[in-house]
Write a protein that binds this ligand. Structure first.
Ligand code: FMN
Length: 189
């Protein structure tokens, strides 16, 4: 099998990521949403998530002011609203109004959540790592809100029902079929 070796270092060959919507609020109480493709779970205990936010993004200024943010996971069917929030700046528009979504008050943090998203997390900033074009903002997840219909036995999430939305460079994808369970190889002989 022959492979091309690219001379330029790039992140563009990673496979698609789940899309997150990071919600924030300004000093006048106006809420904002930024569409984020670059995010990751960072730690299970304490539960932590990282989001890569461009240094020029309005949302980074808002997160730095409050020290917190919401992470909301949209459905594939919400791709138009997601795209709008990733194509306009909260500096000039009210994105909640524009996409007709509802800011839902958080229970612990200052930033609101997005009521229309099936899963939302309240996060407190614990670290910021400036890396160049983006700052890696790490938040501890202090509360999680989940649509009850999506919860299965033992608190498991019904992934097909949640309809995750994934992003690749310039393209949106849905999730494919489940392939296997983790650690299924432990029971193979
Ligand atoms: C699918 C998609 C994924 C994006 N991912 C990121 C990302 O991971 N980090 C980032 O800083 N901007 C990302 N953006 C761009 C921001 O969402 C966009 O610049 C937004 O308008 C910034 O909003 P704000 O100025 O209100 O903060 C993405 C945009 C789209 C459409």
């Amino acid at each position: 099998m022959s492979k091309t070796v690219t001379s330029s270092a790039t992140t563009r060959y990673f496979y698609p990521w789940p899309i997150s919507l990071v919600s924030t609020v300004d000093e006048d109480g106006k809420p904002n949403i930024i569409t984020i493709a670059a995010s990751s779970i960072c730690s299970s205990s304490p539960p932590s998530v990282g989001v890569a936010i461009g240094t020029a993004q309005y949302s980074l200024t808002l997160i730095e002011r409050t020290g917190d943010f919401g992470v909301n996971l949209p459905r594939a069917g919400q791709v138009s609203e997601v795209d709008y929030c990733g194509s306009h700046s909260g500096r000039t528009v009210d994105k909640f109004q524009a996409v007709e979504w509802t800011p839902q008050p958080s229970t612990i943090i200052t930033s609101p959540l997005i009521e229309e998203c099936p899963v939302s997390m309240e996060c407190k900033v614990v670290q910021k790592v400036p890396l160049g074009s983006h700052t890696w903002v790490i938040g501890e997840i202090v509360a999680v809100h989940i649509e009850e219909e999506l919860l299965g036995p033992g608190g498991t999430l019904d992934i097909p029902a949640a309809e995750p939305l994934l992003a690749f460079w310039g393209e949106y994808y849905g999730l494919g079929e489940k392939i296997a369970d983790w650690h299924h190889s432990r029971t193979q002989t």
